[in-house]
Design a protein around this ligand. Sequence first.
Ligand code: FA5
Ligand code: MG
Length: 449
Amino acid sequence: MILRRVFIVNPALLKCRYFSSTAKPLKVQEPLIVNNAKYKRDDWTNLKPRIQSYMNRNIYLQDHHPLSIIRKKIVDHFYKSFVTNRGSPLFSVVDNLSPIVTLEQNFDSLLIPANHVSRKKTDSFYLNRNFMLRAHCTAHQLDLLKSGLDNFLVIGDVYRRDEIDSTHFPVFHQVDAVRTIRRDKLFANHEDLEIFEPNYVTNSESIITNDANGKVAEAGKQPCHTLEAVKLAEHELKTVLVGLVKHLFGDKIKYRWVDAYFPFTQPSFELEIWYNNQWLEVLGAGIIRNEILEKSGISNSIGWAFGIGLERLAMILYNIPDIRLFWSTDSGFLSQFDESRTTAEMQYKPVSKYNQCYMDVSFWLPDTYTLDNFPVNSFYALVREAGGDLVEQVKIIDRFFHSKEKKNSLCFRIIYRHMERDLTKDEVNVVHGQIRDEVKKEFNVTHRI
Ligand code: FA5
Ligand code: MG
């Protein structure tokens, strides 16, 4: 009998309804551990290990990564477009904030109403009822303004339970910007003009928030602002952003502004660019709601803000067909990008799924060359010419001066890969042999092995 009872208290059986009311095991919930900190789980916890595995990868800061190249281009554009009286960049760059934020930061600080669609549990990754992974970099806006920054870019990874297709992924990257303009700067040539209407009230009821879908395109302005101030600030915002897309894509890029709605800006806009025969939204922007500036202690300025997605820009610029490729660690993908190359030289080429195989070529230089003046680019060109499509990558892996023999040596690694099949060692040997011969002939080097 006793034995039988032991069998019945099988954990699998506890799940069945008949036993659950009487035999529920006392289950102590393990806390959720994210970035070495513990978070108490509750009914909002929905962050899973798969999404956590993307945290701390920092691909947007990784040298030569396409997202990092775009990030630098954007920062450069802002550094050039706005300088202080002393000639230094006006914008501060903040790119190392943890993506774990409070719901207060992500929503409340930005006047996102309690019933707003973006707060749904199904739309974001929650650690619990208090903490989440930021769904946009705007989550840091109020804190940074409060800390005293008045012109800044915030760059980082953001997380959304979005659809997954070739242009959407649950983790992507944004550059967010805030610019505040004081009255004396905004109206430098019109001292009689004002930023604020006389006796203005912020928090005005007349600001349309959102309908059930959270999307009301409300043009116009906040009642507290004068039309002149809004139009001037809007002009500066649009000019710098159109300048940015031209800086990235060239003067011929086709774009359009569309009215939009964000709870934290009014008026709000989206910028779309014409790509692959359709309009693609690349950023959201607008005039910062004055309540936010007031909360941060700024009273004499009007501000604009925007948030732009890095992946979409990189996909267009480099012809990258799928957003998942940015997470690739395959050197066949990563080696296609390098700050020193032009955009035209970095057009994406599909990466083979077949195996890579590499062989090195190392040689002594003739006296006519030094380690510094050996024409590395001509060497690469020769290898690509002689190796054809089998050569996926060539990189320098060693350079040294032999002090006894007074000779210089270079070593290059050539990575071979076929688009449609695995290569055999024998065929790679043949091609590699041809490359060695050509190198010897062209540069008069002595092979070391
Ligand atoms: C925002 O995130 C606002 N915080 C932007 C903003 C900032 C507006 C400041 C006003 C003032 P939105 O959800 O539209 O807005 O995202 C901004 C950009 O991020 C989009 O234009 C797009 O380029 C990119 N983006 C949005 N969702 C995805 C996704 N799932 N995958 C890749 N990129 C995305
Ligand atoms: Mg949008």
